[in-house]
Design a protein around this ligand. Sequence first.
Ligand code: ATP
Length: 357
Amino acid sequence: MTHLTLQAVTKRYNAAYAVDHVDLSIPDGKLVCFLGPSGCGKTTLLRIIAGLETPTSGSVVFAGKDITSAPANKRDFGMVFQSLALFPHMTVAENIAYPLRLRKMDKAAQSRRIAELLELIQLPHMANRPVTQLSGGQRQRVAIARAIASSPKLLLLDEPLSALDAKLREAMQVEIRLLQQRLGITTIMVTHDQREAMTMADEIVVMEKGRIAQVGKPLDIYRNPVSEFVADFIGLGNILPVTYDSRGGVSLPGGQQIVVANPASMPGATGDIRLLIRPEDIFVKPASSDIGPNRLAGTVTFIRDVGASLEATIDCAGFTLTAATTPRETPGLVLGMPVLAELPAHACKLIAARAAH
Ligand code: ATP
């Protein structure tokens, strides 16, 4: 068993906590993303796991052994950083061979392993090409091949795709994910891109100011964020301040009453509660439709129509909603049009408001 566990891991720089008492267990064979805004401590946590930083307190346990003070080169983990750090004066094969040479693998075994890895990353014909003559995506694949060459027990990726353009980045997300699944290698990836995390991860660890804000499967976090911070960070959302009374009544900023999915789970009536509804859960209906519960009158003030999908901004009395739909579902939608926005009760979630600063 290669299980990785972090116990109360903390890293302080003077008085500032970069990582603040993090407890976490990484499941074997899965891809886990550390996700959060700039400065939340993702990279520091990954570097602590890699052995490139020593925590101020707490421990890192791998396969039942405390490795908190083990040096990076004794951990047997593969790493890919944002910069890739390929050796520019070497060929593709020489780069991939580097960790094998360090381990003094014999020449014939090295050649077999390099051939196998070149097949895996689909660059068998490029063994002798200098890495400076590769495209961004090809370099990316070489960096991954080098990281996994000596069959590490853990693969650590720090924003490995951030230098690529949007299209290549999306393609590489799928490629790395498929490779990781094929090899079954436990992988931790740092990213600040929630779409990337949703595409690739078995599990997402959302971080906020050095702490874990939520851990879970991507869609669980998307559907059931525990806080306004998480709801806001994962995907697009309409987050509205609402008032809530002890009989379960919820009022929107314009005073309209609304029925929600989880009123009972919220604590007593206070002002610091938010209503979350995702854009794709809102139905946009003609203004002539019947008025009913959770149907709000509004006016279309902006339309983003990109062909396959359509996003409409709807101004209601006292607040604005973003609804995601398609040109087929809502033909004839035009700016200035009066509409009814229907917010199905099951899709309306109450969440705790972000703590005031
Ligand atoms: P980004 O996405 O911008 O890389 P991050 O979430 O990876 O951010 P970290 O790089 O882990 O964040 O940094 C967490 C906090 O620790 C930041 O406030 C950062 O300024 C601070 N920090 C990181 N390294 C050091 C250091 N060597 N000395 C002092 N402060 C540091």
